[in-house]
Design a protein. Structure first.
Length: 299
């Protein structure tokens, strides 16, 4: 048997051996994971990766059919910056780097992750703006960027996220007007924008968000007179408007008693039309923020 024939027979064996050593991922995907490890001081993580072991043994890395589909490194002492190469993990469905100390911008090419469903970057030290083309993440259902130092406005492309259910942007330095494009998010259940610098009106088109259960707009610079189009939302249970310049005295407030609200908060006043509907935790009242899910889990 000549050499070429032998190599033909042996090639599948070496390929399987290579994939086994690397945890059934391609060399390219492994390199991208190593970029993340290097850029975020992996040797100082609470649960560092055993780089000499297969990728399938690495903490927080989920694989399906030899492809990296999830990275969940919640509260793992990541520092440094998010590498731009993460945008090349084209099979990635979940990226959870929340509750760490990451700095710098959110890489623009993160919008290349066409299969991404969950993006959790909350409680870091990220700066810069929300990627302008974030609407390209067409499968996204959860967007968490709260508790960072992000600035700029909410991109209009946000309205292209047809499957978005949760959007948490509270506690940043975001500014500008609330875009009308938000009203395109018909699946939206939780919209949390408190403690930013938004100004102007609350779009009347928010009345189209019939699935909305939580709306927190507290501590912004919203100034226009409030109307009852939000109070009429059929599923809204938690609404926070304190810390703005919104006049509820002339309209809207009289309808609150007939709602399913568990908590309505405005200018320091807490109103519980149906307290028994949903349990309200002390931290909501103390912080003026809705109760976000901070633990590390898959929804």
């Amino acid at each position: 048997m000549n050499v070429s024939i032998r190599l033909t027979y042996l090639l599948p064996f070496f390929l399987v051996l290579f994939q086994t050593i690397h945890g059934n991922v391609s060399d390219n995907e492994r390199k991208i994971l190593l970029d993340l490890y290097k850029f975020t001081s992996g040797d100082k993580w609470i649960k560092p990766w055993p780089l000499s072991e297969p990728v399938s043994t690495w903490h927080g890395v989920g694989l399906e059919k030899g492809k990296v589909v999830s990275i969940s490194l919640f509260d793992n002492n990541l520092t440094g910056k998010i590498p731009a190469s993460l945008g090349k993990l084209k099979y990635l469905k979940e990226l959870n780097l929340a509750f760490n100390s990451l700095q710098g911008n959110i890489p623009e090419n993160i919008v290349l992750l066409k299969n991404l469903e969950i993006l959790r970057l909350g409680r870091n030290k990220l700066t810069g703006s929300i990627p302008n083309n974030i609407g390209c993440l067409e499968k996204l259902s959860i967007l968490e960027l709260f508790d960072n130092s992000l600035s700029g406005s909410i991109p209009n492309s946000i309205g292209e996220l047809d499957h978005l259910k949760w959007m948490f942007l509270s506690n940043n330095f975001l500014s500008g007007h609330l875009p009308e494009a938000l009203s395109n998010l018909l699946d939206l259940e939780r919209l949390e924008l408190s403690n930013n610098r938004f100004e102007g009106k609350i779009p009347s088109s928010f009345g189209q968000l019939l699935n909305l259960e939580t709306l927190t707009l507290a501590e912004n610079k919203l100034t226009v007179q409030y109307t009852d189009y939000i109070l009429k939302l059929p599923n809204l249970k938690l609404l926070q408007l304190q810390g703005n310049k919104i006049d509820l005295r002339q309209n809207g407030i009289s309808n609150i008693d007939n709602k399913n609200f568990s908590l309505f908060q405005f200018e320091g006043k807490l109103i519980y039309p149906n307290r028994e509907k949903v349990e309200i935790h002390d931290k909501i009242i103390k912080t003026g923020l809705a109760e976000s899910h901070f633990e590390d889990f898959n929804d």
